[in-house]
Design a protein around this ligand. Structure first.
Ligand SMILES: [Zn+2]
Ligand SMILES: [Zn+2]
Length: 243
């Protein structure tokens, strides 16, 4: 920050309003999430090396680096990482972002993704950023795809190229949270398709979603990118994941 900017800030302090607690605070790096709410997020520190979900006692696999589920399964993506557990502050923010038209939340959430992108994937060769698509019907109802807004912000911060219309969602699935893992895979299988005009041959992909629960959705998307698009490695980044 320049000297004059500091002086200006003293005379006209820029105040931000926190989307979570509503309090006003002096602008910091993240626009819209105050330092207290940021500190209150459940950041994931100890995670499964494969799917990135938090390793918490009961879901530890025999090999302590993997969760119980990943000890037994082979997934289509190369590996996945999440920033926080889906609860508390991030849960409130994502509900506002998705269902209450608070689209300007893409700014702080995208900045957070950018920081973690560097941390988790800074050394990987990634050519394209692909947001998980929304079905046309959902897009029309909501007016925006929140994951695309996050992708735009992440691309702005990192310089990654976003591919938005390469993967399409041809089936509008019902919310998956009430289904078992097996039911989820059945429902999600075949719901994505690729625009065949775009060549992904051997390209490294960063697949972006807002929340990962069991990983079924991102796994199916990665399968399609590799099988139908002949892509290279697929890495997944999500803001939050379930336990
Ligand atoms: Zn706050
Ligand atoms: Zn795992």
């Amino acid at each position: 920050m320049s000297f004059w900017q500091r002086v200006l800030d003293l005379i006209f302090p820029v105040e931000e309003r926190c989307f979570n607690c509503g309090s006003y605070y002096k602008s910091s790096e993240l626009k819209g999430i105050c330092p207290d709410c940021l500190a209150g997020m459940s950041f994931i520190e100890n995670y499964c090396q494969y799917c990135g979900r938090a390793l918490i006692g009961k879901n530890l696999g025999e090999d302590k680096n993997y969760c119980e589920r990943c000890s037994k399964q082979d997934l289509s993506f190369d590996y996945a990482r999440s920033i926080t557990l889906y609860k508390g502050v991030i849960r409130t923010l994502l509900i506002k972002f998705k269902y209450y038209q608070e689209t300007s939340l893409s700014k702080p959430l995208g900045q957070l993704l950018a920081m973690y992108y560097q941390y988790y994937y800074g050394k990987e060769k990634i050519d394209y950023l692909i947001p998980i698509p929304l079905h046309k019907k959902r897009f029309t109802e909501r007016g925006y795809n929140q994951v695309e807004l996050l992708a735009d912000e992440l691309a702005y911060e990192t310089g990654l190229s976003v591919l938005k219309n390469v993967m399409l969602r041809k089936i509008a699935t019902k919310p998956l949270y009430s289904l078992s893992a097996i039911e989820r895979s059945e429902v999600i299988r075949g719901c994505f398709t690729l625009d065949t005009n775009t060549k992904l041959s051997s390209k490294g992909i960063l697949l972006l979603d807002d929340i990962m629960t069991t990983g079924t959705t991102v796994n199916e998307a990665a399968r399609v990118l590799k099988n139908e698009g002949d892509s290279g490695p697929v890495y997944v980044l999500t803001l939050a994941s379930g336990q």
